[in-house]
Design a protein around this ligand. Structure first.
Ligand SMILES: [Zn+2]
Length: 161
């Protein structure tokens, strides 16, 4: 998450809140944003000429801005577009809890869907760098798609090794 530009956030007035609430769908304890979202899955809303993140706006509206402006609006549920299960957390609290909740690092080998291991990923990068193999060939060899190999060699995934 980029640093929050707090000047864009404020409590909503009644008219703004009404416009905001039109995009909310209640689902049990969750209040899900059904409007526009950014790629990462967070909702966005045009608020006083700026695009703002809906969960952060909702929390500022509910609790005011945090005392420590380095705090982040953190989710306690798995819905990134949820504007209900949120609280102010420090960056490290936020990172740590995300990992716990999502079953550790989603890009790493502990992800149950991943057939790859740290060792294999390092081999893939090493072999690719020799120019003797295409991404497709490496994919066949390691049981991964060409896209996965591309992400690995371009360091879009498995960035921790
Ligand atoms: Zn929720």
């Amino acid at each position: 998450m980029p640093k929050t530009n707090w000047s864009k956030y404020d409590k909503m007035n009644a008219r703004e809140l009404k416009r905001f609430n039109k995009f909310i769908k209640e689902e049990g304890e969750h209040r899900l944003w059904t409007g526009a979202c950014i790629k990462a899955g967070y909702g966005v809303f045009k608020f006083r000429k700026h695009m703002v993140l809906t969960h952060t706006l909702a929390l500022v509206h509910k609790e005011g801005k945090p005392d420590d402006l380095k705090m982040e609006c953190a989710h306690s549920c798995r819905f990134k577009n949820c504007i209900s299960c949120i609280s102010w957390k420090t960056h490290s609290q936020n990172q740590g809890e995300d990992r716990l909740r999502d079953g550790t690092d989603q890009y790493g080998e502990k992800n149950s869907q991943s057939k790859l291991t740290n060792e294999k990923v390092l081999s893939i990068r090493a072999e690719y760098s020799t120019d003797n193999f295409t991404q497709k060939e490496l994919g066949l060899k390691y049981g991964a798609s060409q896209q996965e190999i591309s992400n690995i060699v371009n360091r879009k995934t498995w960035t921790h090794i």
